[in-house]
Ligand binder design. Structure first.
Ligand code: UD1
Ligand code: MG
Length: 458
């Protein structure tokens, strides 16, 4: 049956004490608003309607085409906010689901159940409640002796008896659309000068129309964000949820308490995540890897059977069977092909290390293409920046770079080229040629493993 979803996101979020609108604060690396928008999108063919107001333009920019928008110019309460969607939605769908943008951990599955409940309800709406010892400012559910829901009382205006009630309002309602649009205007002005959506409960109850309440079991879903303390609680809950799902899908996490994986990350089976590891953003990790301890990986793609220990990987691509660390740093545009080894204190930026490259110790490779099976000696540096421009370094296959080689870009080394320790390479090196010294010059001696010709030194 047709469903429209309305998301309320116009409030300022005064209790956040922030210049940033509440719904743009970040949860696990993404603005809060995107959680409810994504959940809503999975529930209906039609894009959700976002009620925006405070920081409207920024919110619109963040969500983009994923939603339809209506503006609530003055924030006169949740009832008033829903009324802004009436013109757009009236007569469009059978049911309207209303959710608040500050409840990011609600599951689509829960909302689907609520919709199903309302489909069986002869009354005007169904709502989600939760029983808790820590009501955190939520509205209290007032039931009559027969257990029927009669009202929702906001904490600000509740009596001590009402404050003791442990069943609270989640702010999630599935309405029969016709009834909603007809009755919104009956909501009275509250003592705080707002129109509370929650007052629809009393309006329906006064006419003995049945309201269904669905009890939420998972306390994490009930985390609404009104303060930064709640934001941290939601962050922790989301982390538990993500880690649990990963473990159930075949990933080993030795210490979930110190493993920080964003919900956007994908990790393959039999990968082991060791403690104190952060995996963020649009990252994918293949099967059978060992990641950590102490790894930070952001927006990167990692293949199968890789090993990454005490290292930082940003916007990089790593094929299979690569090992990195301890203390490696891959930056934007680093691409390590299969079988690359990168040991202590290496940094790679905007460079491709082809199959089997070994880079053991203290090297910087920037703006370079390093050919297959090249050995990068300890302390090798691509001098890629001349103070104005960046230049590229290219090496062929099976190159041997002696310890402390400086490759002054732009420079190209042919297949099988070799440099002596401390060489400062300022000119291109032909294939199978050994260069030494400062600036590096060919040495009239054959490179290794080749038949020796006799040469005089020049
Ligand atoms: C609301 C409920 C409360 C419930 C709680 C669950 C009301 C009156 N109270 O309280 O019963 O337990 O949520 O999280 O509904 N908003 C607008 N326009 C407005 C006012 C608010 O769009 O004029 C939006 C806010 O941006 C927010 C949502 O509505 O996303 C809820 O507003 P908020 O002020 O957080 O309400 P709560 O005090 O949490
Ligand atoms: Mg709230």
């Amino acid at each position: 049956m047709s469903l429209d979803v309305v998301i309320l996101a116009a409030g300022q979020g005064t209790r956040m004490k922030s210049r940033l609108p509440k719904v743009l604060h970040s949860l696990a690396g993404r603005p809060l608003i995107l959680y409810s928008v994504e959940t809503a999108t999975s529930l209906s063919q039609r894009p959700p309607v976002l009620v925006i107001g405070h920081g409207a333009e920024k919110v619109r920019q963040t969500v983009g085409e994923a939603a339809r928008y209506v503006l609530q110019e003055e924030q006169l309460g949740t009832g008033h906010a829903v009324a802004q969607a009436r013109e757009l939605l009236s007569g469009q769908s059978e049911h309207v689901l209303v959710i608040y943008a500050d409840m990011p951990l609600l599951r689509a599955e829960t909302l689907r159940k609520l919709h199903a409940l309302q489909q069986r309800n002869p009354g005007p709406f169904s709502l989600l409640t939760h029983v808790t010892d820590t009501p955190r400012g939520f509205g209290r559910i007032i039931r009559d002796k027969g257990g029927l829901v009669r009202a929702i009382v906001e904490e600000a205006v509740a009596t001590p008896d009402q404050l003791a009630i442990r069943e609270v309002n989640m702010g999630v309602y599935c309405f029969s659309a016709g009834w909603l649009w007809e009755n919104l205007d009956r909501i009275p002005l509250s003592p705080k000068g707002e129109y509370y959506l929650t007052d629809l409960v009393e309006i329906a109850a006064s006419e003995d129309l049945p309201i269904q309440a669905m009890l939420l079991n998972d306390p994490d879903e009930a985390l609404g964000i009104n303060t930064r303390v709640h934001l941290a609680e939601a962050e922790a809950a989301l982390r538990r949820r993500v880690n649990r799902e990963l473990m159930l899908s075949g990933v080993t996490i030795t210490d979930p308490a110190t493993t920080y994986v964003h919900p956007t990350v994908r990790i393959g089976r039999d990968t082991v995540i060791l403690p104190n590891t952060y995996i963020w953003g649009q990252t994918t990790i293949g099967e059978g890897c060992v990641i950590g301890p102490n790894a930070i990986i952001e927006d990167s793609a990692i293949g199968d059977r890789c090993r990454i220990v005490v290292s930082v990987i940003e916007q990089a691509t790593i094929e299979d069977e690569v090992d990195i660390g301890p203390f490696g740093h891959l930056r934007k545009g680093a691409y390590l092909e299969s079988g690359v080894h990168m040991g202590n204190f290496g940094e790679v930026k905007n460079s491709r290390l082809r199959k089997g490259v070994k880079m053991g110790h203290f090297s910087y490779i920037g703006d370079a293409d390093i050919g297959e099976n090249t050995n990068i000696g300890a302390g090798t540096i691509t001098c890629n920046y001349d103070g104005e421009k960046k230049h590229r370094t290219t090496t062929g296959k099976n190159v041997f770079l002696g310890s402390d080689t400086m490759l002054v870009a732009p420079v190209t080394l042919g297949d099988g080229a070799r440099t002596g320790a401390g060489a400062v390479v300022t000119r291109d090196v032909p294939p199978d040629t050994l260069v030494v010294g400062v600036p590096a010059r060919p040495r009239a001696r054959q490179t290794s493993r080749r038949k020796k010709k006799s040469h005089q030194e020049g």
